[in-house]
Design a protein around this ligand. Structure first.
Ligand code: ADP
Length: 361
């Protein structure tokens, strides 16, 4: 394993009872990467992150953070990683400053290191206005920023953020993503979300997980190209024509279908002025001149013609179709005991304020 590998998962599996939540997943995240960890609800994102941050143990496989095994060297792992779980571990009745000092104490930071770190944390997370406020008076967006602050206070080189923008309004989301991008300039970040726009905004690479398995891993451009299809949008006027009568939607649709290289044609919702269609063709081809010639030969009035690669959302939907828990029942009753034990351990951990506060350390 190269020394540049900051997060390493090899053949990682996790069962809860006879249910397989993770199935031999493998991936690496290198120094300086900001990677989107994408998947529908229940795909296994949080389970992976909880293993990587030593909150639960895997059933099989190896996970390492900064070269340290999560099972053999949990303290080293916790020093290297900042973790923001789905529900930020905040104490509602504490002032923001006191809470972050408490987290720093748990992390073993002395007073001068804490103050020096706070200057950076306040700047990066935009907390200057709220340091003297009670956490329970803050908006969701500010609470998430405090959550990011607690993950950063000990200056970890790696950040693991579990759906940091869920429950935020669009403005708050944009702000939190802006802070994550800022943080990502100097750190390695694994960011789980099911919001594809966030991945497009903050990450150069994505890992897509479905039903506990990795179904895609690579730069966003490569992932977008995976379906091997190119999309076109075409609209012609339904009110006027250059020659003769304006066409009906059915006429346009059948003419489009007849063009060689067109794989599919679907009508788009439009107002009464236009007939709009979405077409797909093969990657590598370009059907725009054929489409243009068709419109000219028919005498229709062209209102719009564009060619896009498939969106990340199209690929995500293709790759994660039918992501349902029941597909993964294995029927291995002997795992039940082990997982019940683990679940109890997790409950005990979350009851401990100190451990919950440092979320992974
Ligand atoms: P995601 O974060 O992608 O939404 P999770 O990792 O939280 O998905 O969950 C993956 C699957 O594992 C889900 O079906 C979830 O219900 C199940 N699961 C997670 N934690 C437990 C647990 N402690 N006990 C039993 N099942 C669990």
């Amino acid at each position: 394993m190269s020394t540049d590998v900051m997060i390493y998962a090899d053949e990682l599996s996790k069962r809860f009872g006879n249910f397989r939540a993770l199935d031999r997943i493998r991936f690496e995240v290198r120094r300086g990467e900001v990677v989107g960890f994408l998947g529908p609800n229940g795909a296994g994102k949080s389970t992976t992150m909880r293993i990587l941050t030593c909150f639960i143990s895997p059933t099989d496989g190896t996970a390492k953070i900064h070269g340290h095994d999560v099972f053999d060297e949990p303290l080293e792992v916790r020093r290297k990683v900042g973790y923001l779980p789905q529900r930020a571990p905040l104490y509602q009745d504490m002032l923001v400053w006191d809470y972050l000092r408490f987290v720093a104490d748990m992390r073993g930071l002395d007073e001068s290191t804490f103050k020096a770190r706070m200057r950076k944390v306040v700047e990066v997370c935009g907390l200057a206005q709220v340091l003297g406020k009670d956490i329970n008076t803050l908006s969701h967006g500010y609470r998430q920023r405090v959550g990011l602050g607690q993950a950063l206070v000990h200056d970890p080189p790696i950040l693991i953020l579990d759906e940091p923008t869920s429950d935020l309004d669009p403005n708050e989301k944009a702000e939190v993503i802006r802070y994550i991008k800022e943080i990502g300039k100097e750190r390695t970040v694994l960011l789980s979300t099911h919001n594809l726009a966030e991945v497009e905004a903050a990450c150069a690479r994505a890992i897509i997980i479905s039903k506990g398995r990795i179904v895609a891993d690579g730069p966003l451009d490569e992932i977008r190209a995976r379906t091997g299809k190119i999309r076109y949008v075409l609209a012609v006027s339904e009110q006027t024509a250059e020659r003769g009568k304006a066409p009906t939607a059915t006429e346009v649709q059948s003419a489009l279908r007849a063009i060689a290289g067109v794989r599919s044609v679907a009508e788009l919702p439009t107002d009464e002025k236009a007939h709009g269609f979405e077409l797909t063709g093969d990657t590598g081809g370009d059907l725009r001149s054929d489409l243009f010639r068709l419109v000219v030969s028919k005498g229709w009035t062209l209102l719009e013609l564009r060619r896009d690669s498939q969106t990340l959302e199209d690929v995500f939907r293709d790759l994660t179709k039918g992501d349902e828990r029941r597909d993964r029942k294995l029927g291995a009753p002997d795992d039940d005991d082990r997982d019940e034990r683990e679940d109890k351990t997790e409950t005990r951990r979350s009851e401990s304020p100190k451990e919950a506060a440092v979320s992974g350390g």
